[in-house]
Design a protein around this ligand. Structure first.
Ligand code: 5GP
Ligand code: ZN
Length: 113
């Protein structure tokens, strides 16, 4: 866990551009944006990926989605539309093993699924 770059972002050891923070979650701009707006929302608790979520995390995951909605409204792209993405595991392209949700906006996306 000590080698986790997102845990280091949470402690401030690695700098980040904060978008939102509360007791449970932290949101910041992705360093390598894949859309005009690309924000990452992470739980403050280190959870490696969606595979490790348990029933006790249900409210936390709901809170992350509501945080995405809140940011979308605050940043003015809620009505235009946005995408929330979670990559779980290597085949999905997960590269940082601290649970995170990508919030992408600012353009029209191709269909993914
Ligand atoms: P994944 O591929 O695991 O779903 O997404 C990881 C994301 O974290 C990538 O979009 C990548 O650009 C972003 N990322 C990796 N390292 C850093 C960092 O040090 N700072 C920030 N702000 N984003 C990072
Ligand atoms: Zn972590």
């Amino acid at each position: 866990m000590n080698d986790c770059i997102f845990c280091k972002i949470l402690t401030g050891e690695i700098p980040s551009n904060k978008v939102y923070e509360d007791d449970l979650v932290y949101a910041f701009y992705d360093i390598n944006p894949a859309a005009p707006k690309h924000i990452l929302i992470i739980p403050k608790e280190h959870i490696c990926c969606a595979n490790k979520l348990e029933e006790k995390h249900a409210a936390l995951v709901g809170h992350i989605i509501l945080t995405a909605q809140k940011i979308a409204k605050e940043q003015g792209f809620a009505e235009d539309g946005y995408r929330i993405v979670n990559n779980c595991g290597e085949n999905a392209g997960q590269t940082v093993f601290h649970l995170h949700f990508h919030l992408l906006a600012g353009g029209k996306f191709d269909r993914m699924v």
